[in-house]
Design a protein around this ligand. Structure first.
Ligand code: NDP
Length: 283
């Protein structure tokens, strides 16, 4: 079997187009444009690329981009003061702080200062709690983007054995909660998991977000499984690869995401979707 490709780039482009059309309609009806504030502290090169991509996506969708790039030595108190100001600004609907932040800043303190109603990354404990209780409001973008991709492709999840490899607050844990809410049966693996290959080989659906190039081997994949690779790793030759051996896994899977062009584009499209929801009080 050779898997069909889950084309995140195409699905994200369609989602962004529908968001743009909604913005155009709302603006034509006299409403303001959604405003997204991306705060970046310091000049981490990978973060600069992400922030630039978010800025371009904002502009294309007709959003107001209110990005703030602060010097690396900005104090935590000054970052908190900026968040307070944005929390109170009615033209700003979404606020995110690009991670990682410099070491003198505590990411938890920063995330918890963002108003849950404007927390379009979905990292605030309130929004994590909403997801965990099956009543999500603003769900973390990468896992929710994966769910949108599966839904738009028409892949049913109810009753599947799903294995999530990676248990971070950004990827693995909210991914597991999303899949649980879709009535899959979940196993979450992390660095202390025993017999990882065995666990992956039992999965009807496997989602990997670890950050180690090609860590999950193609021959671990069950015949016909759905394979989602969240990992983005830059190799020495400058190329990108995921956490799963793509070519070998493709021979066994029924559906598979490429890297790049799979989960990555869905993340930014979902960030826009969350901001749109806040701006126009959509469900
Ligand atoms: P973290 O480093 O925060 O988390 C990595 C997770 O992988 C941890 O839970 C860790 O376990 C687990 N892990 C590490 N080694 C192993 C191992 N040998 N076996 C099993 N599990 C292991 O990373 P992130 O979640 O932030 O990111 C993961 C990947 O996803 C990265 O490549 C990142 O670039 C990518 N990413 C992609 C996005 C996209 O839009 N496509 C968005 C966000 C991230 P433990 O908890 O025990 O430490």
């Amino acid at each position: 079997m050779s898997a069909s490709i889950l084309d995140g780039k195409l699905i994200a482009a369609e989602l962004r187009e529908s968001i743009k059309q909604e913005v155009d309609a709302q603006v034509a009806a006299g409403n303001i444009r959604p405003g997204l504030a991306v705060i970046m502290v310091g000049e981490d090169p990978a973060s600069q690329v992400y922030v630039r991509n978010k800025k371009i996506a904002c502009e294309k969708a007709g959003f107001n981009d209110v990005s703030e790039v602060l010097p690396a030595n900005t104090s935590q108190a000054d970052v908190l003061a900026l968040i307070d100001q944005l929390n109170n600004d009615p033209t700003v609907h979404g606020i995110i702080v690009q991670l990682p932040v410099p070491k003198h800043i505590d990411p938890k303190t920063i995330i918890e200062r963002i108003s849950p109603a404007k927390d379009v990354d979905g990292f605030h404990p309130y929004n994590v709690g909403r997801l965990a209780t099956g009543a999500p409001q603003l769900a973390p973008c990468t896992p929710h983007g994966v769910m949108t991709m599966l839904e738009k492709t028409g892949i049913p999840l109810r009753g599947l054995n799903a294995v999530v490899v990676g248990a971070s607050n950004i990827v693995g844990v909210p991914m597991a909660l999303e899949l649980l809410n879709a009535r899959a049966t979940i196993t979450v693996c992390h660095s202390a998991t025993k017999d990882l290959a065995q666990k992956v080989s039992e999965a009807d659906l496997v989602v990997v977000g670890v950050g180690i190039p090609n860590m999950v081997k193609g021959d671990w994949i069950k015949e016909g499984a759905i394979v989602i690779d969240v990992g983005i790793n830059r190799l020495d030759d400058g190329s990108l690869c995921g956490d799963i051996e793509f070519e070998a896994a493709k021979e066994r899977a029924s559906w598979i995401t490429p890297v790049p062009g799979g989960v990555g584009p869905m993340t930014i499209a979902t960030l826009l979707q969350n901001t749109l929801k806040v701006a126009y009080h959509l469900d």
